[in-house]
Design a binder for this molecule. Structure first.
Ligand code: G6P
Length: 370
C-alpha cells in the first residue's frame, strides 16, 4: 500500500530517500566528529590483531561487491594494507592463499547469500579471521563471523539495493578510519577531517535529493527508450559506474555496462555513436583531467553524454546539454554522493517504462541457493 511506502510510489524510491537517515544511523555512536574518535567495539578484533593484518580479502556479490571495490581504494590509500576483492562465486572456487594474517571481510545486505556464506566458511577453515558487514541482525553470516559491523539501513524491500549500498560504503569508510587509527597510518588531524566529512555527507545528500530527482526526471524523457547505456567513472567512481549500470539493467531491462573511463579505448569506444547514451561521473577530483579527456573522446564520436560533475565546473556545459551538478564534498566521499543520480536515473527510467520496479523479473532479493 501507499501507507507502507510512506507516500512513495515504490519501495525503491522510498529507500533512495531514506539514505541520509540510513547513513547517519550507520555512523551514529561510532564516530565523534569533533574529536575524530572512531570506535567499532563489535569488530571482534583486538588492536594487536589489527596491527598484525598483512592482507585483506573482501568477498561479496552484486551491489555489495561494488561496495567492496570502493573499499579497496580507501583501505589501500589510508591503511596501506593490500586488499583483494572477489565476487563470492569466484572466491569459493579459486585457489585461496589465506592464513591467520589475512582478514576476510564479507559484505552482504542480507547476510544469507549462499556464495558469500560459503566464501567465509572456506576462509575460516584456512585460518583467516572473518568480519562481516551486514544489515540483518542475527543473520547466518553475522552468527558465523568473528566480528560484525552492522549497517543500520533498516529493512530494504526493493529488490534493487539502494540504501543498503550507501550504508555499506559508510560502514567501510568507518572501518578504514578505524584501521587507520589503530595502525597509526592516519594522522589525528586527517582522521578528524575524514570523520567530519563522513558525518556531513548524509546532510548533503538530504539537501540535494529533491533537486537531483527533478533534474533526472526532466532528462529521462530523452533517454528512457534507449536500447543501451554506458556508465563510466575513474578511481573511486569506477565502482559507482558499475553500480549505475547494474541498477539500470536490473529494473529497466535496458542493456547497460559500467566501465573504467580509461578502459574505454580498449573496446567499448567501438560502441559509441549518436545513439549511445553515456553517463560519465566527472567530479573535480584528482583524476578530473583524465576523466575529461575520456569524455571528449566520447563527444568526438557523437555519444549522447550525461555528465555528473561538480557545481561551478563551467567546462561541462561545453560538452553536452545534459549536465547535472553536485556540490563539492571531500573527494573520498564522492562515491556516496555520485551514487544518488545513478540510482535515480535507473528508477525514473524504469518507472517511465512501466516496469515492476520493486520486483524485477528473474531477480530475488536474497540469493540463498548457488
Ligand atoms: C541479489 C540482490 C542484490 C544484492 C545481491 C547480494 O542479487 O538482488 O540487490 O546486491 O543479491 O546480496 P547481499 O544480501 O549479499 O548483499
Amino acid at each position: 500500500s501507499m501507507a507502507e511506502k510512506a507516500g512513495f510510489k515504490h519501495f525503491m524510491l522510498k529507500e533512495i530517500f531514506e539514505q541520509p537517515e540510513a547513513i547517519l544511523n550507520t555512523v551514529k555512536g561510532r564516530i565523534i566528529p569533533d574529536s575524530g574518535q572512531v570506535d567499532l567495539p563489535e569488530i571482534g578484533l583486538d588492536d594487536e590483531t589489527i596491527r598484525g593484518i598483512e592482507r585483506i580479502a573482501l568477498v561479496a556479490c552484486g551491489t555489495s561487491w561494488h561496495a567492496a571495490l570502493v573499499a579497496k581504494y580507501w583501505i589501500e590509500k589510508w591503511v596501506g594494507v593490500p586488499v583483494e576483492v572477489d565476487i563470492a562465486s569466484e572466491f569459493r572456487y579459486r585457489t585461496l592463499l589465506l592464513n591467520d594474517r589475512v582478514l576476510t571481510i564479507s559484505i552482504s545486505q542480507s547476510g544469507e547469500t549462499a556464495d558469500t556464506l560459503a566464501g567465509i566458511r572456506l576462509a575460516s577453515q584456512l585460518g583467516s579471521r572473518i568480519l562481516t558487514i551486514c544489515n540483518v541482525v542475527g543473520s547466518t553470516m553475522t552468527r558465523e563471523a568473528d566480528g560484525v559491523i552492522y549497517t543500520h539501513a533498516g529493512p530494504e524491500i526493493g529488490v534493487a539495493s539502494t540504501k543498503a549500498f550507501t550504508s555499506q560504503l559508510a560502514a567501510l569508510f568507518l572501518l578504514t578510519l578505524y584501521l587507520g587509527k589503530v595502525r597509526e597510518t592516519i594522522e589525528p588531524e586527517t582522521l578528524r577531517e575524514l570523520g567530519h566529512a563522513l558525518v556531513g555527507i548524509a546532510g548533503v545528500i538530504e539537501e540535494e535529493l529533491p533537486t537531483i530527482r527533478s533534474q533526472i526526471q526532466e532528462l529521462i524523457e530523452r533517454y528512457y527508450d534507449s536500447r543501451d547505456f554506458l556508465f563510466v567513472g575513474r578511481g573511486l567512481n569506477f565502482p559507482i559506474a558499475l553500480e549505475g549500470a547494474l541498477k539500470l539493467k536490473e529494473i529497466s531491462y535496458i542493456h547497460a555496462e559500467g566501465y573504467a573511463s580509461g578502459e574505454l579505448k580498449h573496446g567499448p569506444i567501438a560502441l559509441i555513436d549518436k545513439d549511445m547514451p553515456v553517463m560519465a561521473l566527472v567530479p573535480r577530483d584528482g583524476v578530473y583531467q583524465k576523466s575529461i579527456s575520456n569524455v571528449e573522446e566520447i563527444k568526438a564520436r557523437q555519444g549522447r553524454l550525461v555528465l555528473i560533475g561538480t557545481r561551478g565546473d563551467e567546462h561541462l556545459p561545453t560538452l553536452t546539454d545534459d549536465v547535472l551538478y553536485l556540490p563539492r564534498v571531500h573527494d573520498e566521499l564522492n562515491p556516496l554522493l555520485y551514487t544518488i543520480p545513478a540510482q535515480l536515473l535507473a528508477y525514473e527510467i524504469a518507472n517511465r517504462r512501466g516496469c515492476d520496479v520493486d520486483q524485477p523479473r528473474n531477480l530475488a532479493k536474497s540469493v540463498t541457493v548457488e
